[in-house]
Design a protein. Structure first.
Length: 205
């Protein structure tokens, strides 16, 4: 078998007796579907790669799993893929024997499809966050103070997210209204002079 990894030989050898024929069979099908595929071990489990991760397999005390790295964007004409979030049993569910597997030609066709996704450079799109990580919860009094001071507002607008956050957090963390008002006044004064929140420490370096 070409492009094999001895660590996977050892992994299979240490697996439960019921799992060994399942893992060997799946391994053979992967190489049959894509002779150029290579083996490796990631996160303690056998993985198969070709221009990126294609699929992986693992064995546990009472079952085995086989998963496609990009299962969520793969076509599923035979309805064999478990939906993302529905199970932690991998793309083909819980496998306790070769009888639990789809027909060889079906598995091979899916492996080829997974390989094609990598060949074409098609990746899973990351879910867009519902709110921007750069959104800051600015206190209303701080907003009003910024609106009244053009120089401070100009400085704030050109600040990096980190510099903005330093001031916003400092104001929001005030325990009393009096402390907050004092911090807002100081923040406006410093920003009107173009200073960051920790300007004293920078100056001391």
């Amino acid at each position: 078998m070409a492009h094999t990894d001895k660590r996977i030989d050892a992994y299979i050898a240490k697996s439960a007796d019921f799992a060994k024929p399942v893992l060997e069979h799946l391994r053979a099908l992967v190489h049959k579907a894509c002779p150029e595929i290579t083996e490796t071990v990631k996160w303690g489990m056998p993985h198969f790669e070709y221009k990126g991760i294609v699929c992986s397999m693992a064995s546990f005390k009472q079952h085995c799993v086989f998963g496609f790295w990009k299962a969520s964007i793969m076509d599923d004409p035979h309805g064999i893929l478990e939906k993302v979030g529905k199970t932690s049993m991998g793309s083909l569910g819980s496998i306790t024997s070769k009888k639990d597997l789809p027909a060889d030609k079906i598995i091979i066709s899916y492996i080829k499809a997974a390989v094609k996704l990598n060949e074409e450079g098609i990746n899973i799109e990351k879910a867009k966050p519902t709110t921007s990580p750069k959104d800051l919860q600015i206190h209303e009094d701080f907003k009003k103070a910024l609106a009244k001071n053009k120089e401070a507002r100009k400085t704030y607008d050109v600040f990096s997210h980190t510099n903005k956050k330093d001031y916003v957090d400092w104001v929001n963390e005030a325990k009393t209204d009096a402390t907050r008002d004092k911090r807002i006044a100081t923040a406006i004064e410093w920003m009107a002079e173009g200073k960051i929140r920790n300007w004293k420490y920078v100056k001391a370096k």
